[in-house]
Ligand binder design. Structure first.
Ligand SMILES: N=c1c2ncn([C@@H]3O[C@H](COP(=O)(O)OP(=O)(O)OP(=O)(O)O)[C@@H](O)[C@H]3O)c2ncn1[C@@H]1O[C@H](COP(=O)(O)O)[C@@H](O)[C@H]1O
Length: 87
């Protein structure tokens, strides 16, 4: 289990270190276009889970959307504080 902020920190580290075998390394190397496509896919899965699936499945899909959202921010070099300014 980890918090939103802890995941962001971990992904920043993946971006710096680019370890082999990391899903985040793979996506960061593919770039914004590939990550953006995953966001659209995960957003649709969140919607479908909210309409038709269990609370557990919805939570899982939401975590995957959050993961990809964080990754696209990192790929563009946008700090979390910049998003928090808009909340
Ligand atoms: N939170 C996540 C996370 N959520 C989702 N995913 C990835 O997103 C995929 C979910 O998308 P899909 O269901 O579409 O799976 P898929 O069909 O295999 O995806 P595609 O290959 O088709 O794109 C999962 O299989 C993971 O690969 C994640 N990958 C990593 N993390 C966390 O990110 C951190 C760094 O992970 P690594 O970069 O892998 O070391 C760790 O804390 C991980 O727990």
């Amino acid at each position: 289990m980890k918090s939103f902020d802890q995941l962001f920190e971990e992904l920043l580290q993946r971006n710096e270190e680019r370890p082999v075998g990391s899903r985040s390394t793979e996506l960061l190397e593919q770039g914004v276009h590939a990550i953006g496509k995953k966001i659209v896919e995960e957003a649709a899965e969140v919607w479908m889970a909210a309409e038709h699936e269990s609370d557990e499945q919805l939570a899982l899909e939401a975590s995957q959307l959050i993961y990809h959202l964080q990754l696209i921010l990192i790929s563009r070099g946008i700090p979390l504080s910049k998003v928090e300014e808009k909340l």
